[in-house]
Design a protein around this ligand. Sequence first.
Ligand code: NI
Ligand code: MN
Length: 227
Amino acid sequence: MPRDAAEDCKNMGVTVTFLGHSAVHIDDGDKKIIIDPFLTGNPSASATPDQLQADMVLLTHDHADHVGDTEHFLKQGATFVGIFELAEHYAGKGYTAEGMNIGGSIEVDGVTLHMTHALHTCHTGHCVGFIVETKDRQIYHAGDTGLSMDLRLLKEFFNIDVAFLPIGDRFTMGPESAARAAEWIGAQRVVPIHYGTWPLIPGDPKRFAQLVGDQAAVLKPGESLTI
Ligand code: NI
Ligand code: MN
């Protein structure tokens, strides 16, 4: 069977790397995307900003443990993608920014981005999650969220390959509610995030994995999945 370049590219897969806390890096072979790039000052970070490249920065909300090194990547030419009000903030500082809102989808540099609801607080706009759709793969980053019925909707519209869900408790879902979210979302693999960075967010990944079963993929900071 003849294979074209697009098919070759698709077969290479997409590499998703957990960088510690809520930071995730996605490399589809063409584009590199970083979500919630809190690295400097993050006790669980597996890399410094200088060790990473990003064409896009996706920010789920403006709490400091998510914003982190956003401007480091924007200064190097990355495009900011976030809720409209946050995009306006970064555009006002002279950076390239794409604003959107919950329920919407946009395409940036050949990557489709869907913005989802997150049940949490923030200073600017609203808290969100993202589904990154590229090379026939769908990667979901829930942001900081409590368990909400909205998470049940995702399975109606998406076939998520990997979901990153917060399990730390106190500020987000804990292991039990995150396990319920994992069941509703129906992703192939579910990676727990936003736990253990500080004593305030103890959420136990072993407990989460026990509840979730085979779907669970507990990654140490710096570890990747290729999907
Ligand atoms: Ni937060
Ligand atoms: Mn947080």
